[in-house]
Design a binder for this molecule. Structure first.
Ligand code: XMP
Length: 557
């Protein structure tokens, strides 16, 4: 596929580091010039040295209403200058500046005249490259520490003396470079915050971005507003305005195809694109037959009739069901469904086309996170850590010959929701629980049949209906039912029953990466259980899944 990302590939390799590449576990982190950086108003660049917190720094900056992007440590000073950030943050990282392949930034960045804040490893690198001294501490400092402020100006304005900050470092700065002074210390670290105010270079040994750092947000705001002189320009309205202009400029009079799933990402895309290019957009909804009760009808109603965004409805239920005959292995199910989706998509896009662009709901975390590799900590080798092969309508293969348009690729999920609201998506879509691409097929353990689909659909409806009745829908990340292929004995109205059990899965989570089973009132479980056993033929037992993630995953397959 001719993917059109106008990302810069750094010309100069600053310091190649295989081990860092491994620990980064990231796709190429190049500035995204999608649509032209000039439209980004003001931005803070986050130079990533492999920190688990780089994305969090980006989020924190954006929460101050200033745009931020994570870029590779290999980005040259010249490329950074072209990006024209108002400020630069150097992230932490797993390395020590003494490691053989310790990653380093282009030393020319100190001369750009752009304010820089080094965080943890970023600060140590600043100290080392500018002629100070970093020493391996006898005792590392991990966890909370009280920050004693020596100079409450600039970076530490409004940060209270004695504030708790989150520390996580083995090395320490033991001699400052020329022109630097200490702003704060802890009982264990003399240089916990440093500055060269004249050159607008700052460093903190702690992590202001993590939630445990009290006053961390104030520090970040000081950097963004006082030191970098940013204005709050990253707002939902500004994004929508820019996105519409960029879409129009990119698409011109060409046609765009969008695979709509009814989830918040593809729905937001549909609204945004429709507003930008009207009937040059074709939305296609492939009904594979694994949606929840009433969902396909509701989707057509909202888009087609309520908002007058035409949707091509493709009924492919029989085709998908036919593929499921005799299939019990979860990965095989996922593979077959994904494959069939592509087949149907290809056929239907051929019928409705030709199209020039395919709209994809790629989000910012997809851009900065590698999906399918990880590192063996012993050998440093990349190893596959695929737990499940995720499928969603965005994951179309490269052989489909479309140019891509990805208007949401700068956004985090919560930012997508804000955009969705601002352009008028109904709350039922904006706050809908996540639903996996393969749908109910991976919530039926064992073979998927139309009878089992009907049973699960009815049981699942009751779960959602009851928690909505109790006003609890938004208390959960997800709340659903899973159908087991086994049967057990029960008794109803003096008669023996031999039917399927249904598993309730009620989940609390921030992001789906980790999750807790929800400690709900017994009354709620009882009502759901009674309703399912009484109203759904084929089910005589309801059990509650009390497994968190990890070790369980949220979905059963
Ligand atoms: P697991 O089961 O891996 O799920 O703990 C984490 C989150 O991802 C959702 N999920 C999917 N989403 N396509 C998707 O778009 C998929 O194939 C898929 N599989 C799981 C799941 O519902 C949960 O929110």
């Amino acid at each position: 596929m001719s993917i059109q990302t106008e990302a810069i590939t750094p010309k100069t390799e600053i310091i190649p580091s295989q081990s860092l590449e491994n620990s980064l576990n990231r796709k190429e982190l190049s500035p995204s010039f999608e649509g032209g950086a000039c439209t980004l108003r003001q931005m803070i660049a986050i130079v990533d040295f492999g920190s688990q917190y780089s994305e969090l720094i980006a989020r924190r900056i954006r929460e101050t209403q200033v745009y931020s992007e994570v870029i590779s440590y290999r980005t040259s000073a010249e490329q950074l200058r072209q990006l024209n950030p108002k400020g630069i943050i150097l992230s932490g990282g797993p390395s020590s500046v003494y490691d053989d392949y310790a990653p380093a930034c282009d030393p020319e960045i100190w001369n750009l005249g752009i304010p820089i804040l080094g965080v943890c490893y970023g600060m140590q690198l600043m100290v080392k490259q500018l002629g100070g001294k970093v020493t391996r501490a006898k005792r590392g400092e991990y966890g909370k520490a009280a920050l004693h402020i020596d100079d409450p100006t600039d970076l530490l304005t409004n940060v209270e003396d004695g504030s708790t900050m989150w520390m996580s470092h083995g090395d320490s700065c033991t001699q400052l470079p020329t022109g630097f002074s200490t702003l704060a210390h802890t009982s264990n670290t003399l240089c916990a915050a440093i500055a060269n105010p004249e050159k607008k270079l700052f460093g903190v040994q702690f992590h202001p971005e993590v939630v445990h750092s009290v006053g961390g947000i104030a520090l970040i705001r000081n950097f963004v507003y006082h030191i970098c002189q940013c204005e709050p320009s990253w707002t939902t309205e500004a994004f929508v305005e820019d996105a519409i202009r960029e879409i129009r400029a990119k698409v011109g009079d060409k046609r765009v195809l969008l695979a709509l799933s009814g989830g918040v990402d593809s729905s937001t895309l549909a609204f945004l694109l429709h507003r930008a290019i009207g009937d040059q957009l074709t939305c296609m909804f492939i009904d594979q037959g694994f949606m929840r009760k009433g969902e396909p009808e509701r989707l057509m109603e909202i888009f087609d009739r309520q908002f007058h965004i035409p949707v091509e409805y493709v009924n492919a239920r029989d085709r998908f069901l036919a593929k499921m005959v005799g299939v019990t292995d979860p990965e095989e199910k996922r593979r077959l469904i994904g494959h069939e989706f592509i087949n149907v998509f290809e056929e239907e896009s051929g019928r409705l086309g030709p199209f020039d662009y395919l709209a994809q709901g790629t989000l910012y975390p997809d851009v900065i996170e590698s999906a399918d590799t990880n590192v063996d900590p012993k050998t440093g080798e990349r190893v596959a850590v695929k737990i499940k092969s995720h499928h969603n309508v965005g994951g179309l293969p490269e052989k489909l010959r479309f140019k891509l348009i990805e208007p949401l690729r700068k956004l985090f999920k919560d930012e997508v929701r804000n955009v969705a609201r601002s352009i008028g998506l109904p709350e039922e879509i904006v706050r809908r629980h996540p639903f996996p691409g393969p749908g109910l097929a991976i919530r039926i353990i064992g073979e998927v049949t139309s009878e089992r689909l009907n049973i699960l659909r009815d049981a699942d409806y009751i779960v959602r209906d009851e928690i909505a009745n109790q006003g609890m829908y938004h208390d959960f990340w997800q709340a659903f039912a899973v159908l087991l292929p086994i049967r057990s004995v029960g008794v109803m109205g003096d008669k023996r029953t031999y039917a399927h059990p249904v598993v309730l899965r009620l989940i609390k989570s921030e992001d789906g990466m980790t999750a807790d089973w929800a400690k709900v009132p017994y009354d709620l479980l009882e009502t759901i259980s009674n309703r399912i056993v009484n109203e759904v033929k084929g089910v005589n037992r309801v059990v509650y899944d009390i497994t968190s993630k990890p070790p369980g995953t949220i979905e059963w397959e």
